[in-house]
Design a binder for this molecule. Structure first.
Ligand code: ARG
Length: 468
């Protein structure tokens, strides 16, 4: 069993159950890169400030670099009996370089260490997630481009309401994903603004450390302004978990629609065989398991967010062991989101869209009734009257098995004298979709504009990433 770093004060060995209960190595082992980066920045700063000798500083830096290389290559395995990743790295270093390794912890604590490591780790994780979100947005833009003019019924209350286009519908999700990206950007920018390193246990240190230098080395804008806040703050976890939760809520809505559209009741899309599953008893079944699971996993990410908020609620300053619970929650939230995005993008890219089914549904649902009322209103009939007259016509159509496109002009004119031959053009489905040309509307030209803007935003993000 590896020795605890804090063993000095104690006369008895810790009960093995307490050791197991207390240990976080199971889940914080994944912070090893960031723990080593943080330790290297700290050691370099101690050396530059003359707190450590050049020889010790060099030995520590070389030792840490070698440990990183060996962990990466698998030559060194993380000891599952270590209390946590900070203990493991420090003990591995001391085992390799002796005395100098024991000087690394000068002027710091695991409290500022873990707060720093976690920020660095989340910076890396969110960068990967953002790339995945951009990929999904790109897939949706391509679908939208192919179906900019594909008329489908738009729904309210899941009742056919007014004509939209499939491209427009896809671009609504792209808008959500762009906001999700913005939420991650904001959270990460705030997280990267301040580095907790040097807050030490809670009250800073009497050594003449240069917190700003260490912060800059690690890519932070500055050292955090208050040492108590530095070790107590987990807002960055909560904000990132919140961004993940909102994003999962968006994915769950998209997935709910995919489930509906893939059903025989809709048949608006056909999911690729490679992304569906069968039933063990019903040979005809092709189940949308992937979108259903994404929908289900949204609950789990919301749970992670609530777990983080609940862990932090009512905690006195500064570090409390409760805070060790932050890691499993935030890791699970990001792992889950990443897993969902990883499957959803290729699923959507391989989905077959069935414009003929969308059009058939659009033709049946009186979704041009508003256009009929608008036609009358444009002829001078007050909209409220136009609405009532059109309602009567819809009821007539339903009784007679007609649609607004097939209803004879005589019936129109009997309802209101203002109707003329041009009503048929007004209620033509394509015209109803194409006529909705206001900014943000569903017509093909508007959809293309939306796609251009979204793709430009995605390209700018890719450029900014490349330039960094
Ligand atoms: N494993 C701990 C955590 O994840 C590291 C900090 C421990 N600090 C302490 N004072 N026990 O929160």
């Amino acid at each position: 069993m590896a020795e605890q770093l804090w063993k000095g004060r104690f006369t008895k060995a810790v009960d093995s159950r307490v050791n197991d209960f207390n240990s976080s190595i199971r889940f914080d082992a994944r912070l090893y890169r960031e723990d080593i980066a943080g330790s290297m920045a700290h050691a370099a700063m101690l050396g530059a400030q003359g707190i450590l000798s050049y020889e010790d500083t060099d030995a520590i830096l070389e030792g840490l670099e070698a440990i990183l290389a060996d962990l990466d290559s698998g030559a060194l395995a993380i000891d599952p009996a270590a209390e946590d990743i900070h203990t493991f790295v420090e003990q591995a270093l001391t085992a390799r370089i002796g005395e100098a390794g024991k000087r690394l912890h000068t002027g710091r604590s695991r409290n500022d260490q873990v707060a720093t490591d976690l920020r660095l780790h989340l910076r890396r994780r969110t960068a990967g997630l953002k790339a995945q979100l951009e990929e999904l947005a790109g897939v949706l833009c391509r679908l939208a481009r192919q179906h900019a003019g594909t008329v489908m019924p738009g729904y309210t209350h899941l009742q056919r309401a007014q004509p939209v286009t499939f491209g427009h519908h896809m671009m609504a999700y792209v808008r959500m994903l762009l906001r999700d990206l913005g939420r991650f950007d904001d959270a990460v920018a705030r997280m990267d603004a301040e580095c907790p390193l040097g807050s030490a246990a809670l009250a800073g240190t009497t050594y003449p450390i240069d917190r700003t230098a260490a912060a800059r080395t690690l890519g932070f804008a500055a050292a955090c302004a208050n040492s108590l806040d530095g070790v107590s703050d987990r807002d960055f976890c909560i904000e990132i978990a919140a961004a993940a939760a909102v994003c999962m809520m968006h994915l769950s809505r998209l997935c709910e629609e995919l489930v509906l559209w893939a059903s025989w009741e809709f048949r608006f899309i056909e999911l690729d065989d490679a992304f569906t599953t069968g039933s063990s008893i019903m040979p005809q079944k092709k189940n949308p398991d992937v979108p259903e699971l994404v929908r289900g996993k949204s609950g789990r990410v919301f749970g992670d967010l609530i777990a983080l908020l609940t862990v932090m609620k009512g905690l006195p300053l500064a570090y409390n062991k409760d805070m060790q619970e932050d890691k499993e929650a935030i890791f699970d939230a990001l792992d889950t989101l990443s897993l969902c995005l990883d499957t959803l993008s290729p699923l959507l890219a391989s989905t077959r869209v069935r414009p003929e089914a969308m059009r058939a549904a659009a033709a049946e649902g009186f979704i041009n009734a508003t256009d009929c009322a608008d036609y009358l209103a444009k002829k001078g009939v007050p909209f409220r009257d136009a609405y009532r007259i059109t309602g009567g016509l819809v009821a007539l159509c339903i009784r007679r098995g007609e649609t607004l496109e097939t209803l004879p002009l005589a019936d129109y004119r009997q309802a209101d004298e203002a109707f003329g031959e041009d009503v048929y053009e007004a209620v033509r489905l394509d015209r109803c979709a194409e006529g909705r040309a206001c900014t943000g509307g569903p017509c093909a030209a508007s959809v293309h504009k939306q796609i251009d803007a979204a793709e430009a935003a995605l390209a700018a993000r890719a450029r900014a990433r490349g330039g960094r």
